[in-house]
Design a protein around this ligand. Structure first.
Ligand code: AMP
Length: 190
């Protein structure tokens, strides 16, 4: 299949990052994770990185205009133009989704896939993961913002006929098989 252009949605702890890496290998499309890009900026210690670090530590969202700028530059690179992309962690707000629509106006998205894992389950997974930036407050804040800012994207993309729900419970392999079936099912028509 030529260049897939996909968006992965899912609460923090739904296994999105891991599945995105596998899907990226499977479809030969670059994995574009805004969280990873921000963490690299933090590691580089730039002024932008220092500001982002504070926001991320609180579990808040980086301002839309900033992250839209980052993604605009990234999608303009040759690999994304030639091989498509798998967006992980973007869009997270309706404003970001509208910006993405404009960015992909010529080619369009193939599908938006939500890896669905219930709130209680992701909360438990996050607590067990115990990463440094996973304080209880930050976890709660990220989950709260997901419900208020990102969950509305489900109806946004349903209205566009792009939304595909995938059950995120089960082993990593089981979920991966479901994801590939969902992507292949949604791209075969295009
Ligand atoms: P993630 O690795 O996707 O969970 O992202 C880690 C953190 O980076 C998030 O909690 C946000 O603070 C920030 N971030 C990542 N992507 C975005 C985005 N699209 N919009 C705003 N903030 C973001």
């Amino acid at each position: 299949m030529s260049a897939v252009r996909l968006v992965l949605l899912g609460r923090q702890g739904a296994g999105k990052g891991t599945q995105a890496v596998r899907l990226s290998e499977h479809y030969g499309a670059p994995h574009i994770s805004t969280g990873d890009m921000l963490r690299s900026a933090v590691a580089e210690g730039t002024e932008f990185g220092r500001k982002a670090a504070e926001i991320m530590a609180r579990g808040d969202l980086v301002p839309d205009d900033v992250i839209i700028g980052v993604v605009t530059e990234r999608l303009a690179k040759d690999d994304a133009r030639d091989n498509g992309f798998l967006l992980d962690g973007f869009p997270r707000t309706v404003a970001q989704a509208e910006a993405l629509n404009e960015l992909t106006a010529g080619s369009g998205l193939h599908a938006v896939i939500n890896i669905d894992v219930p709130l209680d389950e992701v909360r438990e997974r996050m607590r067990q993961r115990g990463r440094d930036d996973d304080t209880d407050e930050a976890i709660d804040r990220r989950l709260e913002l997901y419900e208020s800012e990102t969950a509305p994207l489900i109806s946004f993309y349903e209205a566009a006929g792009l939304m595909v729900q995938v059950d995120g419970l089960g082993s990593m392999d089981e979920v991966f098989v479901r994801l590939v079936a969902a992507v292949d099912g949604s791209t075969s028509a295009s």
